[in-house]
Write a protein that binds this ligand. Structure first.
Ligand code: NAG
Ligand code: NAG
Length: 454
């Protein structure tokens, strides 16, 4: 439904679009920053396809910034609210009839619904992003923003003012690296990242059988995916982000690794081969200084190096803001490229669709930040000095030295128990088979009998 509405106080009125089944679920607001002050208001369209919202005295409080698509100014235009919830203005004259001049889907408020996109046009700089409301009953532009970051690999980032608050992790071909649960509802909502010269965007679509759904950025910067349960008439929360402490952007600082299962160390550790820059602060649970490499690399640009890689498995990949991405490279080429560059600290596959180790190449040169363990996470290859890797192997080796004898002892013990049990069991069987032999002979009893003679 497109109409006038008043959230909270009745003296502020807005033009918006909401789900007809649920009036409170406003998905778009036209005049969010310039409400009407009374009940007099008119939404108009002119011949050129511009929408105007006029107040009681005929003054324009809001207008659509319609661009004249195609050839010249149209002589006639029409506005239509589509079934998808998109308000479109199309040309209604002989020339390029039906061409879209303006659409509300291009100007999101705080909500993304099926068919809308979050992203940007790298050629024009135009952006489709979400801006939170100021409060639950005030749709004015709030502090939080959610936009697609197109530097490095595409990922979606929530901001509060100028501060990054949460990052989905880079798109890995199937889902955003830090949001593996996206795969669990792909039967209802298909997720896609489009990368074209004129568009880098995240688009979600609903399958025919899917319930109504919306992705809403709250006043607090929390993004929720809600789905409508028509039976009980409630919006259910399907997914939410940030989910936990480790989702706080760069929680463990540079080269830190966040683990929600280690509450004792306030969730922060360093990636393998790294130690806290300031152990004193770290022990006070202040992770801001981050971690540093404990052994320097053996770095000879372009030449041979003895360095190797530690695999940090099951993680949301670090921020790719300043990373170098080559989707065409193989993982093996990526490894070689990283070893050949002194500044390379880590690499990973850009795309995991093919299975195996994945394909494509992301190379980090500066700090790596915002790494956390996550279900179905990816492998991150961290460059380390040979001695560091040897130490890790030795540790694994000494573990093996302890584990082997223990395992051997256990095996012997279990074998003995089994033998004793077998002996007892056979004893009982012998009695049985004697009884059978006496009453009549079967194959089975003969077999047992034969055994008995052994
Ligand atoms: C209207 O569009 C022009 C060109 O696309 C842009 O420069 C301008 O900032 C827009 N104005 C508003 C109010 O969005
Ligand atoms: C990327 O580089 C810029 C400029 O050096 C820096 O301010 C920013 O923090 C870096 N981003 C990340 C994620 O490291």
């Amino acid at each position: 439904t497109l109409g006038f509405f008043s959230p909270g106080e009745l003296n502020r009125r807005y033009v918006g679009i909401w789900f007809s089944a649920s009036m409170d679920a406003v998905v778009w607001v036209a005049n969010r920053d310039s409400p009407l002050n009374d009940t007099a208001g008119v939404l108009e369209i002119d011949g050129a396809g511009r929408l105007f919202l006029l107040d009681g005295s005929g003054l324009t409080v809001w207008s659509s910034n319609t661009t004249t698509g195609g050839s010249g100014t149209p002589s006639s235009a029409a506005a239509q609210l589509l079934e998808s919830g998109n308000l479109v203005v199309v040309r209604d004259d002989d020339e390029s009839n039906g061409a879209v001049l303006w659409q509300s889907f291009d100007h999101p408020s705080n909500t993304l619904i099926a068919g809308m996109r979050l992203g940007r046009n790298p050629q024009t700089g135009a952006e489709w992003s979400l801006r939170s409301w100021r409060s639950p009953d005030n749709p004015a532009t709030g502090d939080c923003r959610r936009a697609m970051n197109t530097r490095g690999l595409p990922d979606c980032v929530s901001w509060r003012g100028d501060a990054k608050k949460y990052r989905t992790g880079p798109w890995n071909g199937l889902w955003f690296s830090g949001v593996p649960e996206m795969a669990s509802y792909s039967d209802m909502f298909t997720n896609q990242v489009v990368v074209r010269p004129d568009e880098v965007a995240y688009v979600f679509n609903a399958t025919a059988a899917a319930p109504f759904s919306r992705l809403v950025l709250s006043e607090a910067g929390v993004i929720q995916r809600l789905a409508w349960d028509g039976g009980s008439r409630v919006w259910n929360v399907f997914a939410q982000a940030p989910r936990d402490v480790c989702d706080d952007y760069a929680k463990c600082s540079a080269f830190g690794l966040c683990n929600v299962n280690t509450a004792a160390t306030l969730f922060c550790g360093c990636v393998q081969g790294y130690v806290p820059v300031s152990p004193a602060h770290w022990s006070m649970r202040e992770a801001a200084a981050g971690c540093r490499r404990s052994t320097p690399l053996d770095c000879r640009d372009g030449g041979a190096t003895t360095d190797g890689f530690a695999v940090v498995s099951g993680v949301k990949l670090p921020d790719t803001d300043n990373a170098t991405v080559d989707v065409g490279a193989t993982l093996e080429a990526c490894r070689a490229r990283c070893l050949a560059t002194c500044s390379c600290v880590a690499f990973a596959a850009a795309d995991i669709r093919g299975g195996g180790g994945g394909s494509g190449c992301v190379i980090w040169a500066g700090d790596i930040v915002d790494v956390r363990y996550v279900d179905k996470g990816q492998d991150l290859y961290v460059r380390l000095a040979k001695s560091e890797l040897a130490a890790a192997n030795k540790k694994r080796g000494s573990m093996l030295k302890i584990l082997l004898p223990v395992t051997a002892c256990l095996l012997v013990l279990m074998c003995s128990i089994f033998l004793v049990w077998i002996c007892k069991f056979r004893g009982r069987i012998s009695e049985c088979s004697i009884a059978t032999v006496e009453t009549g002979i079967t194959r089975q009893s003969r077999f047992y009998g034969a055994h008995q003679t052994n």
